[in-house]
Design a protein around this ligand. Structure first.
Ligand code: FMN
Length: 219
């Protein structure tokens, strides 16, 4: 597929969590998926180990099963006060409006995840996080998280939408069982829908100024 005409900065600042503007009726080509994975594999990995793994779910019954698991996990997430997006109060009307949009969008995805034409599950084949020392845990996740973000950038460049999600990790074993993932050896990291977007005009989100999170020379 031809790439969208976006500058580097536009690509970096407009790759949003797309949930309501996913076209569930249009198929995604395997070649586009391979191109996104090819880009993802250019990311760094500890000791050049390249342990990132992508499970691409196109099978309708498996997507439906994962969608059901995701919805169950979201039911739990909805009860988590201070964690659930809808339970977080923001300081200004503009910030609250953005928070409310995120909540409504996340609720929509929870109700429809299994209908996306493709689900992408990014994993790290370096063992389970449970009980790992910090360096090993950082490496396990560090080997997959940048890769998934590159996948999402490459998808955006091709007119495809994604949304980073983690709530399904509350029932990671159930997802592993649906997909035949060896649970003891493979750590799941991110689940995302993948679909063509409805329109390709996405905007930068409202964010605090850089100096609110930069610590010059000292924390
Ligand atoms: C670590 C992490 C976990 C997330 N988990 C979920 C999730 O389980 N479900 C969901 O709908 N969105 C999830 N999101 C997406 C965020 O809600 C989204 O990135 C945030 O609201 C900002 O929106 P934007 O990416 O469009 O700017 C997650 C994002 C990150 C980085």
């Amino acid at each position: 597929m031809a790439l969208l005409d976006l500058t580097n900065d536009e690509l970096l600042t407009t790759t949003r969590a797309v949930r309501k503007r996913l076209d569930y009726s249009r198929p995604v080509s395997d070649d586009d998926i391979r191109d996104c994975v090819r880009a993802a594999m250019q990311t760094p990995s500890g000791s050049n180990s390249m342990t990132m793994q992508f499970v691409i779910v196109k099978d309708e019954a498996k997507r439906a099963a994962i969608g059901d698991i995701y919805a169950k996990c979201f039911d739990i997430y909805r009860t988590m006060d201070g964690v659930y997006a809808g339970s977080i109060a923001r300081d200004t009307p503009e910030e609250q409006a953005q928070q409310d949009r995120v909540t409504a969008s996340a609720e929509h995805l929870a109700a429809t995840m299994g209908q996306a034409p493709v689900l992408v599950l990014a994993c790290s084949a370096t063992g389970r996080l449970d009980g790992m020392p910090a360096m090993a845990a950082a490496s396990t996740m560090g080997n997959v998280l940048p890769a998934m973000w590159s996948f999402m950038l490459a998808a955006r460049a091709r007119g495809l939408g994604t949304s980073w999600t983690t709530v399904s990790l509350m029932m990671e074993q159930e997802v592993a069982d649906v997909l035949g993932i060896p649970f003891d050896q493979v750590q799941q990291a991110v689940l995302s829908p993948l679909a063509h977007t409805v329109g390709t005009d996405f905007k930068p989100a409202m964010r605090p100024e850089p100096d609110t999170i930069i610590h010059w020379d000292q924390w």
